[in-house]
Design a protein around this ligand. Structure first.
Ligand SMILES: [Cu+2]
Length: 242
């Protein structure tokens, strides 16, 4: 989940912001998920002074699109319905709390995070989207009985909707606030259960890119191994863990 690329990204943001103290923020979405549907939509994170709100395109906040303003935030690459990357030039799209089946109306809840953190196994055979360890709960393919899938990480993508749905979801800066919170939840799990990971190197070669000493599969070149990112304390620390 965490990677050396996250540190590279943060350092590039520090450079363009000319602010060496800048850190990628996390969004504790479960704190909003414990509130009412109306309160979730009215959360400060969607205000004009933070990420702006919903829309196709988004028209409020720093990532608003105004066709007359060439400097406004634009999406340049987006996956089409077949998952193929296409160049484009348009505003950012969000569809907060859209109704099923295209969306979900509520965010994940703290109780779901707590249940995921209680699982002793990081991951289990068959190492796919059906195995019931912490990894799948955090990703959100598997849920407990409180909410049906999608859970946790996946549910945040679906709840925001729009550009957060396809593989090009990093187009929405909200992506990084979601993933930083997933990393924070993972740190909460590592603190509880020890800095352990699965699968180890005895797992079949078909899992190459996922085993503890394999470089993590990445389209951006050489990557860290899971073992190398089990302790991030040399790079950053959290103010609070779940
Ligand atoms: Cu994600």
């Amino acid at each position: 989940m965490a990677s050396r690329h996250a540190v590279d990204f943060e350092q590039n943001l520090q450079r363009v912001l000319a602010d060496s103290s800048f850190g990628l923020p996390y969004w504790d979405w479960a704190a909003d998920g414990d509130k009412t549907h109306a309160q979730q939509l009215a959360s400060d994170i969607w205000s004009v002074s933070c990420l702006g709100g919903s829309g196709s395109p988004v028209t409020t906040g720093p990532f608003a699109f105004h066709s007359s303003d060439p400097a406004s935030w634009r999406v340049r690459v987006a996956a089409n319905s077949s998952g193929i990357l296409k160049s484009t030039n348009r505003g950012l799209r969000r569809s907060l709390a859209a109704a099923p089946p295209s969306g979900v109306s509520t965010l994940p809840e703290t109780a779901s995070v707590t249940l995921a953190l209680g699982l002793a196994d990081y991951d289990l055979p068959n190492w796919n989207s059906g195995s019931d360890g912490f990894r799948n709960r955090a990703e959100g393919w598997v849920t407990e009985t409180l909410q049906s899938p999608p859970g946790l990480h996946n549910r945040v993508h679906v709840w925001i909707g729009g550009d957060m749905s396809p593989s090009t979801s990093p187009n929405d800066p909200a992506f990084f606030l979601n993933h930083c919170n997933v990393d924070r939840i993972w740190e909460g799990w590592l603190t509880r259960h020890g800095r352990v990971y699965a699968p180890d190197m005895t797992a079949p070669a078909s899992l190459k890119g996922h085993r503890i000493d394999d470089p993590i599969s990445s389209p951006f070149g050489t990557s860290a191994t899971p073992r190398q990112v089990l302790d991030v304390s040399a790079n950053y620390q959290y103010d609070a863990l779940p």
